[in-house]
Design a protein around this ligand. Structure first.
Ligand code: HEM
Length: 164
């Protein structure tokens, strides 16, 4: 068996994994927190992305919108990732054969690359175009790419229980 399979089996058989999986309330509470984290992260990020795309909040400077939303978006992602790892821990061995789970992780990775490109590339010149109702092409591409990739993460996350 592969190292990944052995590791997943270890998590699945662990006291924590078993307790979470077999609990009546803890698993739905963790999954609920996964969705709440999603609402604060991907949900608020959609507003930032639509501002970058020049669709929404066009009278608000981009840096103003991002500055206000950033702590809530990052807090939401922290909750979503922490609860995601717990969900994986409880279901690990069952998730390995699930075709959509790696697809979801690839979308998360691509969305992360887009985020880094924006933060360390596109946003560097933001002071020049922050007040523009329609930002430059690179900023719009980053906004639309983020919207599409995080939507794909949400849809693939929702498909996990159906394709298991
Ligand atoms: C920020 C990124 C993430 C988003 C937006 C996201 C979104 C979602 C959504 C919408 C669901 C469906 C929930 C439902 O069916 O009620 C889900 C389920 C799930 N997520 Fe995530 N997720 C993220 C990150 C992660 C990570 C990093 C992991 C694990 C490493 C993970 C593991 C899971 C698992 C195992 C399920 C299935 C739970 C079940 O079968 O009921 N997620 N996710």
């Amino acid at each position: 068996m592969s190292i990944l399979h052995d590791f997943a089996q270890l998590l699945y058989d662990s006291d924590f994994g078993t307790a979470l999986r077999e609990s009546q309330y803890a698993f739905p509470v963790v999954e609920g927190a996964h969705l709440l984290g999603l609402a604060f992260s991907v949900g608020l990020l959609a507003f930032a992305d639509l501002r970058l795309a020049g669709v929404l909040l066009r009278d608000e400077p981009v840096l103003h919108v991002l500055g206000q939303l950033r702590p809530f978006i990052l807090g939401g992602f922290a909750i979503t990732f922490a609860t995601g790892v717990m969900l994986f821990w409880a279901m690990s061995i069952k998730l390995l054969p699930n075709p959509i789970f790696p697809v979801k992780l690839i979308f998360i990775l691509l969305a992360g690359v887009n985020f880094l490109w924006f933060e360390f590339g596109v946003a560097r010149g933001a002071a020049e175009w922050s007040d523009c109702p329609v930002p430059p092409v690179r900023a719009r591409v980053a906004g639309w790419t983020s919207l599409v990739l995080w939507s794909a993460v949400v849809i693939s996350g929702r498909l996990i229980p159906y394709l298991g």
